[in-house]
Design a protein around this ligand. Sequence first.
Ligand code: FAD
Length: 307
Amino acid sequence: MLRKPLLLAARSTTCRTIVERTPMTRAMVSRFVAGATMEEALPAVHELAKDRYITLDFLGEDTTDLSQATGTVTAYQELLAALGEAGLGDRAEVSVKLSAVGQFLNADGEKIALENARRIAEAAKAVGTTVTFDMEDHTTVDSTLAILREVREDFPSTGAVLQAYLRRTEADCRDLSGEGSRVRLCKGAYDEPESVAFRDKHEVDKAYVRALKVLMEGDGYPMVASHDPRMIAIAGELAAAHGRGADDYEYQMLYGIRDGEQVRLAAEGKRMRVYVPYGDEWYGYYMRRLAERPANMLFLARSLVTR
Ligand code: FAD
């Protein structure tokens, strides 16, 4: 019941001001966000790298300002250089929201985002790693996939996120199931209309399994981004049925969610990657985590009060 209002609030500047000014928000956000700066986030990355893989997200989205988009590119370049220096190029990649690097800028937004995405992919390649483009609301999918196609011409390991709740996704999985392709399959975190998306949880789960089947049958590299125990079990069964070894696909979860399960999968010899966000533009990301599980609000508020 709270999902829709929380997702609407995620895009409201008034709500943002209120939430950011609430004294206990910082402590609640720190469960999901590894730090306000790269320096604050890196210790968590080093700790996770002992048994897991990582993808780092410099938080930000819906940028309407060219200098902010350029600043985001610089932040990723600095991050990638730091990962290279720390010898983490084989453990950590980066995740990028194209709206943070200019996709929605009025004049030539898509062209600017493409150039900026290329610059980040170049910096990733220099330290032996790669980039995955996050997927935002459904209006951005065509543009994001078009940019992906162009970037992959020079950086073929660049990956994309597909959202199982979108009705188009099974077909998109088919298009992106070829050799060299990397697809992170998630359920989807935005409030989408019935016309383009399944809205019933059971329908979304069924769509997730259909999309996963396509990816596991294909020649690409499936990235199973879900905390759902059923999806995780089904992914393991499908991988085995298609003769995929532990290095031929991976599991992915968000920082701060089901840490015990992450450790368990890694200890079983599975590839487990954690999505680690950092930065001070945490509002939209944080609100989507609350919308996925509104009990987070009550649980965390209670734990803070009784500390
Ligand atoms: P659910 O059925 O929602 O959850 C299953 C179980 O996981 C829950 O019962 C609960 O135990 C646990 N859980 C799930 N969410 C939470 C939470 N917030 N807090 C605490 N426990 C929780 N979405 C996009 O739209 N675009 C993206 O680019 C994108 N990238 C992602 C990258 C990664 C690596 C992951 C893991 C998710 C990403 N998502 C993205 C979010 C995704 O779409 C879902 O909203 C989110 O993962 C919840 O779906 P679920 O598969 O875990 O299943």
